[in-house]
Design a protein around this ligand. Structure first.
Ligand code: FE2
Ligand code: FE2
Length: 203
């Protein structure tokens, strides 16, 4: 059992009646609200930039080999937009204002907007952006700790999906980097090993 002092319910009732204009932010809110809002807004910018980049990649992907990648790009674009919605909703709950000004988004975003020309470049840039998001969100989760469980849970949910995205992009990048590997090998789970061997052979 953690050594946590539980507040008397009469005190809780009295507190809840004070500053009702602050909505979900009660006196017991333990995080640095301004700092959490800044982190949420930078993450919102990241998600919006990622949505736009994936959308471009979806429309630019062409060719037979690109159809699987295009499906993934579209799915990721939709999920990044859902992440953005969750972050914007939380910003408002905490009494802040979600930043949607397009002039500011790429400056605030953790990940850059790198368009990429070839399919391989697109997948590479998406993989890099996902890896930036993963590291950033992991640090934010550690920073928030137990001070704001709701915001932390949102970041944990998003982080889990970013890890899936990175995994998806890594799989496609492997295929593009080592063309000619039979697709059946992938379903047998052999591809990552062959891919590493293939990369080692590359100049
Ligand atoms: Fe995301
Ligand atoms: Fe993602």
């Amino acid at each position: 059992m953690l050594n946590v002092q539980l507040t008397d319910k009469h005190v809780l009732r009295e507190r809840a009646r004070q500053h009702v204009d602050q909505g979900a932010v009660t006196e017991g809110y333990q995080a640095d609200r301004e700092e959490v809002l800044r982190l949420l807004n930078e993450s919102l910018a990241t998600e919006l930039v990622c949505t736009l980049r994936y959308k471009r990649h979806y429309f630019m992907a062409n060719g037979l080999k690109a159809s699987i990648a295009a499906d993934e790009f579209l799915e990721h674009a939709t999920q990044e937009a859902e992440h953005a919605d969750r972050l914007a909703e939380r910003i408002v709950q905490l009494g802040g204002e979600p930043e949607f000004n397009p002039d500011l988004l790429s400056k605030m975003s953790h990940a850059e907007y790198k368009a990429g020309n070839t399919l391989k470049e697109m997948v590479y840039e998406d993989l890099v952006a996902e890896r930036i998001a993963i590291d950033t969100y992991r640090e934010i989760i550690q920073y928030i700790g137990d001070h704001d469980p709701t915001t932390r849970r949102i970041f944990e949910d998003i982080l889990a999906q970013e890890e899936e995205h990175a995994d998806d992009m890594a799989d496609i990048y492997e295929e593009l980097a080592c063309p000619g590997l039979p697709a059946t090998l992938e379903s047998q789970g052999t591809l990552p090993w062959l891919f590493r061997a293939c990369l080692l052979k590359r100049p």
